[in-house]
Design a protein around this ligand. Sequence first.
Ligand code: ATP
Ligand code: MG
Length: 256
Amino acid sequence: MSEKKNPLIKFENIGKRFGRIEALKDISFSVFPGEIVGLVGDNGAGKTTVVKILAGIYKPDKGKIYIEEEEANITSPEEARRAGIDFVHQDIGLAEDLEIRRNIFLGDEIVAKRVGPIEFLDLDKMSKGTKTVYHIIGITSDIDPKTEVSELSGGQRQGIKIGRAVYYKARLIVLDEPVRALSVRERGKIKNLIVDLNKKEGISFIYITHNIREVYDVAHKFVLLDRGIKIGEIKKEETSVSRLEESIIKGELVSP
Ligand SMILES: Nc1ncnc2c1ncn2[C@@H]1O[C@H](COP(=O)(O)OP(=O)(O)OP(=O)(O)O)[C@@H](O)[C@H]1O
Ligand SMILES: [Mg+2]
């Protein structure tokens, strides 16, 4: 018999309310090491609320999160990052008017020396680190690490965020609508990057989208949400794109 691994992350009976809106009701699911989970549902399903609870931005009213079987009490994205969980959103996460290398090391700058209260940054080391990030995400063209983020394409930005997460040793990367604003070609590249990092580095992903077709190829398993309720969880080999789409429309899991 094959060895059963423990979950990397486990959500257990998570509940969250905003006034009269029950954003999440009794949500439980796990992400196993090396697993890509598609967290799917229409607008307002509660997908982003799950992420914000994992990032410690919202405190759940109910339920627990376990990291490798240990109850976790995450109160900020920085804390999550230290536990090996990183987040990539569509719009936020990079400072537009800063150089790429400054972005990679934002809040974690490499200091060459300190004179009194003044810190001198080791920009050369930060450039080297940036090139390591390029290597991780497979950028071959030579983008100068001094380039401002505002000059990058949407796909390059998403790549940099994912690469930065890997550079900081993320074991789980949560992607919230990561390709929403990207061209078809750039979408393809981000997809390949996710599959590649999963295969080569064993990194787990939670991939959030309202569009099943976008995540179907890359995910191993799907968790379906509808207005705060988990309507089902199913492995890819037990379903199909059309059954998943039908499930989202009906608000209940359509099995074969
Ligand atoms: N800070 C908040 N205050 C009040 N209501 C909120 C807040 N955040 C989320 N909600 C509500 O909770 C519900 C779930 O929202 P959430 O953003 O998690 O959905 P989502 O699945 O990410 O949707 P989308 O596809 O539009 O991003 C919605 O009804 C939303 O209006
Ligand atoms: Mg959302």
